[in-house]
Design a protein around this ligand. Structure first.
Ligand SMILES: Cc1cc2nc3c(=O)[nH]c(=O)nc-3n(C[C@H](O)[C@H](O)[C@H](O)COP(=O)(O)OP(=O)(O)OC[C@H]3O[C@@H](n4cnc5c(N)ncnc54)[C@H](O)[C@@H]3O)c2cc1C
Length: 459
């Protein structure tokens, strides 16, 4: 099979590359391959009744397929250079923001209209944070919600399906460079040759990406891993913050170790969910726009970044080992009441049942101090008390902590300012490049590269 542009991965990065290429160069033949299912076939078997926890499906419907890891996400598009990736370091701050706003416009025109755009600009909350040793990062946040995000994806697919050749359940096993400088993707039962290739394989494709870089001798540098817990508490405790800002990124510098602990992925009235990355079960969160799906709880992660220096390079391996430990002790995710953690005892089902917070995820009651390194756990406990000052009740005994939450980062691939590797016409974008870690940045990187390819092919 021959094509002009081969896109590997149909997550936000791949989708927006295809979208922009179709718009600018409808004459080009574009093929998108994804290891996962088409959107409507993506269904996680966990139903909370018969199947309560992850059964390690061959293709994880949460992470793989049209829409990528973002398909069932909360659909929070953070329009900012302050977090979500370092795209701005390659393309400039202004360009990065312009592209994120462009993606927002497209989403609004495809089912997202009417959703709220929150902003930290002019918020008095910034001052309150500062007065309590916390830093609120600046951002505008478009909250599509899981349900609207799904509608937008469905509309994008319908628009693209007749203009782009989609191949689902077809992982590209190997990527080769042909003698004439074109690229060959090898999949089960065939090959695809292309003049230009965009690899957008996300977090689930991190090992594949590492292997490609190793085979093609593309330099990479190891990155960081973020480790922590997901906090779940009654929504009213955080409502002053979430009503105004929806998602707030708050950073706290611990007194004990001077480590930064930050809030991440806040889900007002949401649910806590399992996440399976390469067979390791960690925790994450969602929330819905649909009022009927809202819960009485809010959840968010508290994460500590770990960077490693010589001689250790495998930061993701470190995170995986900690997650494996929780899987070993709890058979999956562990949940603990904050009061039990502080008293140095495990949580039991009856202690959780007697508590005021109804867990939204079925997890194994246990002891997170047996899983998380002391330094990380101490930082998280300090941060909970700091948050208690701006949202009293955060440090209540019944606040639930789920562990572990691990944010894996891909190795950073060495790229030029066009997000192109040392091979001409081989682009690496989205979370798979290590440059982005969010829906908005990954999507923006797709548009950016598509524009470059459209220009190059023209000249
Ligand atoms: C539960 C959850 C909630 C999240 N919530 C948010 C949020 O609210 N806001 C936010 O900004 N971010 C959120 N994120 C992160 C966000 O989803 C990612 O940053 C974003 O999806 C990255 O886009 P991407 O296109 O780079 O990669 P991905 O979305 O990961 O897509 C990569 C695609 O490549 C495919 N693939 C991998 N390897 C191969 C291969 N060899 N051959 C073919 N296909 C391959 C995969 O199947 C996948 O579909 C969330 C993530 C999760 C898991």
């Amino acid at each position: 099979m021959n094509t002009d542009v081969l896109i590997i991965g149909a997550g936000p990065g791949g989708i927006y590359s295809a979208y922009e290429l179709v718009k600018l160069r409808p004459d080009l033949k574009i093929a998108v391959f994804d290891a996962g299912h088409r959107l409507e076939q993506r269904r996680c078997p966990i139903d909370g009744k018969k199947i309560k926890s992850c059964i390690n499906c061959a293709s994880c419907s949460i992470m793989n397929g049209f829409g990528g890891a973002g398909a069932f996400s909360d659909g929070k598009y953070n329009i900012t250079n302050d977090f979500g990736g370092t795209l701005y370091q390659y393309i400039g701050r202004e360009k990065a923001l312009e592209l994120m706003n462009y993606v927002d416009e497209i989403n609004m025109a495809r089912g997202g209209e009417g959703t709220k755009l929150y902003s930290t600009a002019g918020s008095t909350f910034k001052k309150i944070c500062m007065q309590n040793g916390l830093q609120l990062l600046d951002a505008s946040v478009r909250h599509l919600g899981t349900d609207k995000n799904y509608i937008v994806l469905g509309n994008l697919y319908n628009e693209l399906k007749d203009k782009v050749e989609f191949h689902f359940d077809t992982p590209i096993r190997e990527l080769q460079v042909n003698e004439d400088g074109t690229f060959r993707g090898i999949y089960d039962g065939g090959t695809v040759d292309a003049a230009c290739c965009i690899a957008s394989v996300g977090r689930s494709g991190s090992k594949w990406m590492e292997k490609v870089c190793e085979d093609l001798k593309i330099p990479t540098k190891s990155n960081r891993v973020d480790i922590g817990v997901r906090v779940e508490l009654p929504a009213v405790i955080f409502s002053d913050i979430t009503d105004k800002l929806y998602e707030s990124k708050i950073v706290y510098r611990t007194k004990k170790f001077e480590d930064n602990v930050r809030t991440f992925c806040m889900n007002p009235n949401g649910i806590v969910v399992d996440e399976n990355t390469n067979g390791i079960v960690t925790v994450n969160g969602h929330s819905f726009e649909d009022p009927e799906k809202k819960t009485e709880n809010t959840n968010f992660a508290l994460l500590v970044a770990k960077h490693f220096s010589e001689p250790f390079h495998d930061s993701n391996g470190y995170g995986e080992s900690i997650a494996r430990l929780s899987n070993m002790l709890g058979g999956g995710v562990i949940v603990q009441r904050f009061g039990d953690l502080e008293r140095g005892r495990r949580s039991t089902q009856s202690r959780i049942d007697e508590g005021l917070v109804r867990p939204t995820l079925h997890a194994t009651p246990g002891d997170l101090s047996l899983v998380l390194p002391k330094r990380i756990l101490d930082g998280i406990i300090e941060m909970i008390y700091a948050l208690d000052k701006i949202a009293p009740g955060t440090a209540n005994d019944d606040t639930l902590l789920y562990g572990v939450e691990v944010k894996f980062y891909n190795m950073e691939v060495l790229l030029n300012e066009h997000l192109e590797t040392s091979y001409r016409n081989l682009y690496v974008i989205g979370d798979g490049s290590g440059v982005t870690h969010s829906l908005s940045h990954a999507s923006a990187s797709g548009v950016y590269v598509a524009r470059r390819i459209a220009e190059e092919e023209e000249s």
